[in-house]
Structure formats: structure tokens, C-alpha cells
Design a protein around this ligand. Sequence first.
Ligand code: GLU
Length: 603
Amino acid sequence: MSQRRWIRRLLIGLGLVCLLAFGAWFPGMGRSQTPSHIAMGTGGAVASVDERATQIGLEVLRTGGNAVDAAVATAAALGVTDPFSAGIGGGGFMLIYRPESDTVITLDGREEAPATVKPDLFRDPDSDAGENLPFFPNRISSGLAVGVPGTPLNWATALERYGTRSLADSLEPAIALAESGFTVDETFASQIERNQERFAAFTSTRDLYLPEGDVPPVGSQFRNPDIAATYRRLATEGVNDFYRGEIAQAIAQTVQAPPVVEVPPFTVWPGDMTTGDLDRYEVRVRLPVKSIYRGYQIYGMGLPSSGGITVAQTLKLLEGFDLGEMEPAAALHWLIEAERLAFSDRNAYLGDPEYVDAPLAGLLNDDYLAERRSQLPSTAPVDVANFRAIAGNPLPYQRDPSPSLTQPPEVSQTYEPGGISTTHLTVVDGDGMAVSYTLTLESTGGSGIVVPGYGFILNNELTDFNLDVPHPNVPEAGKRPRSSMAPTIALAPDGSLLAFGSPGGSTIITTVLNIAVNLIDFDFGLDEAIAAPRLSQRNSGITLVDQGFELTELGSSLLSQGHQLTTAKEIGAATGIIVNSEGMAMAVAEPVRRGGGSALALP
Ligand code: GLU
């Protein structure tokens, strides 16, 4: 049996072991294990974390809408059924493949810092030592953390440029869903439960999500008439109302004076976003990051997301190794070490391109990559628990004589915990247009602050900034915090198209890498590539793995090579679609993670 087949069997077997032995620990396991996480058809397909949202997207395709129309309708529905991960109070990045021009467009709808923001954004004014406010709960549940939301303008821009339907039409199904209500499932209830203390601190959030003072029971009906009215307002007044009208005023007021209960359980710091900040917001159409990996053209999201660049850099480092022909543990070792090096560069150099001259050409330069590849260790670094890879110096490889670019910056190598928020949806239509869209509020439940009377939660995206100066990702006025979101589209040498992505904070990057390597190097089907166990190395002592993985033969093999493994409850909740050269699409969502997702296709 070839090594490729061996690793395929081993990982799929492992996936099964992890699911059977530890499935009970996955959120929502045993509840909505829908058999509809895989679907095939030639008329278009949708995959998202939620069946109701996927159905809405599919209905748009069935009635003649294109992939962008369906993606926006699906996202709007997720703002109702998955409001703790996605919604108009947040931001995101959308990749669109246009078959007529064979091009990939990227839309940057990332949140933006208000005009008063400075590097000391989260400094505790009462700390003589100049310390920052505690991350939880003060930073994440504050007006300070709220960035100007990009999602509504992202939808409007995508529809105007590449869609066929109006924003009003695209919001209609979600309005109906919010008005008529939907059944509370375990994911919805558990996300409220996890946030109960924060949500109870705000009158608006408490009233909406803790009716009768408690988490709505699984199986009960949930309605959100306020978000229905807000969507309807956007439909009639246009997206301008969100940035320049009544909704803009309500957002600025909420950020400046969060609606806290009489005796809040923690201090809630206000921010100072103004209507001027909302007025200035724009969605940016950007070039994708393109790389070639073993003949596949990989398109990813560029800055301010680090996603596309770090995925591309890791893959290019791996191109020096024939992973498919190696023993499985050896292949995964190189994946871990390539991720570690790529993350050291990401952490040192990447930030909002409007503010930072990030050395992208150098980072993806073949000679620089060869130098970095030669630094990959053949076994885990000695004292791996305390080991941090040092960023390389791509600047001399830029062929840029600018004197300011001759020295690498000195920055701290911060470790970011992997989040479990955010959501990714994938759509293709019958004409071959594809959308890969990741959107977020940052934490699950964002800032925890519902805009009173408008039914949506504000993000806390500004916690994605780095606070140790100097750093390319330090908070600044008008700047977008560096993201890890990595919606991906790939064109295979055999003419098929792949679109996929995932939530998960900085583990988004490693989840996308797991899926890409599973598909390209290990010959997995897309369903197997998504269901397989994941591991995530982000330049820290530990490598995060799915529960159960560390007890397997492959896990012990990595441990015996000196790697340190720690388990995580959830690494990503991916969706993806592959369309072969004959136009047959296979849409795939998670079978188990985050309660299982939903894929549907038109015949
Ligand atoms: N704020 C994160 C980012 O943009 C996404 C949040 C998450 O997925 O947990 O990278």
C-alpha cells in the first residue's frame, strides 16, 4: 500500500476513533448529527454550519440567484440562527470566483478602529504600572473593543458588484425566519450558557437572549423581531442607514454608553466610536494572495488578514517534502514545523497594509523560502515546551532599496489562544461562480452588547490588535486589526475548483492547512479532509490536537519525536465545496464539530 493510502486510512480511522471515544465532548454531539453534511449536484450547492441558513441559500440558487446572492442570504440567516458567531455587528472576508474571467476577487469587510484609538487602547487608567485591562471580562465585553462593523456594507458591495439581486431581496428570507422563529438547538443554547454572565450584564442582551432570566431551553422556539425590523430597515432605507442614519446613531450611542444593568458584575468600559467613524467606513476590494502548491493555484485573503499569506507560506515551505510518500508521523512533523516557522514570520511582520509595509514579496520569495526551509528541524526542537521560532529576515529578498526595510522589526512572539467563534460558508452556483466567505464577531457572542431595540450583537474585534509596542498590529486610529480568517479558493490541475474555510481564531490558518494537505498531499476526498483529526501549531510550545488524537498510534509517534500535544474541544468548524471539471459539485460540512453542519445541492 502506498504511503498516501496509508496516511489516508490512518487519519480516517483516527477520525473515527476520536469521534467514537470523545464525541460526547464535542458541543452538540448526539443532537443534530444531520446526515445532510454531504450533498452532490450540478445545479449549485451551499454548505454552512446551520441547516436553516443552508436551506435559505439553496432556495436562492433554485430560484435563479447566483452564488453571491445565495451567500448573502445565507449569511443574513446565520445572523439570526447563529448570532453569536456572525451578524451585521461584525466583519469578514469574502472570496468570489468569477468563471467568466477566471479570476478571484476578495472583499475586505473587516472592522475598523475609531478615530480616537491609540496604542494604549486597553490601558487601565487606574494602573500605575501602565497595565492593560484584564482580557476577560473587561477587554472583551467593552465598548473599547468594538470596531466599526463591515458586514452590512460587505453584503451590499458584493451584491451590487457581483450579485443579481437587491439587498432587500437577499434579506427577506432571514426576516421571515427571525419573525416566525426557529427551534433552539444545543449549539445555540450552549453558546448563551457559556456567555451567561456577560450577557446578563447588559439589559438589551439579557432581555433578548436570557428570556425569563435564563438560557432558552433546547427545543423551545426563539424569535428575534428586532433583527427582523433592522433587516427590514436596511431593505427599505438601504445600507446607508447603518453607516449614516438611525442605525449608525444607535451603534455610536451603544458603544459610548453600553446598556449595563444597575449593578453590573464587572466594570464595563465605554468606547468612543462616533457616527463619523461609521460614516467613514469603506469595504475594500483587494487582490487575493495567489500561490502555486504542487500545481494547484491557491487563492487566499490578503492583509489585513494574515490568513492567505500564512497558508501560502506554510504550503511553499512544505513543497520541499514529498508528504504523500512519507510515513504519516513524518509528514505531520513537517507540517507542524512549517506552521511554526510561518507563524513566527506572521507574528513579526503582518498588519493592516494601509499602515504597515509588510514584506509580502520577501515572505513568499523562493530564495527566502529555501533559506527558511533549510531551518526546519528534522525532529521537534529541543525543549519544545519553551521553544519559540525566531522570525526570519525576508527584507533583503524584496529587491526593495528602501532603507527602512533593511532590518527586521523586534517584536514579541505572542501566543494567541484558538477561539471557537466565527463561521464559514461556501456556495457555488450552476454557472461555476463560487463564494468562500468567513465572517465573525471575534469572541463567541462578540462584545456581548446587543444594540438596544435593533437585535444584533456588536463585535469585539479590536481585541485582535497586539498591545506590546512596537508591533505592526498595534492599535491605531482607522486601522483594521490583523485577522487569521482564511477563506480559500483553489483551482486544481485537473480543472476542478475547491472552496473552503473555517472559523477558529488563529487555528483557522492551521485548519485550512490541514484540509489543503489532506486533499492535495494525502488524496482525501473533501468529506474525509474535513472530518479528519486536526492539529495546530502556531509557534508555541504545544501543538493543539483534537481530543483523542494524543492517545492514538500517530499521536504517540509525534510525542515520541518530542512534540508536545494538548487537546482542544473544537479546532475549527469548516465547510467546503469541490466542483469537478464536469460541473458536479460536492458540498461538505462538519459531521460532528460544532454540532454538525449542513450541506445541500441542487440536482
Ligand atoms: N477575530 C478572529 C480573526 O479575525 C476570528 C475569531 C475566531 O475565529 O475565533 O482572526
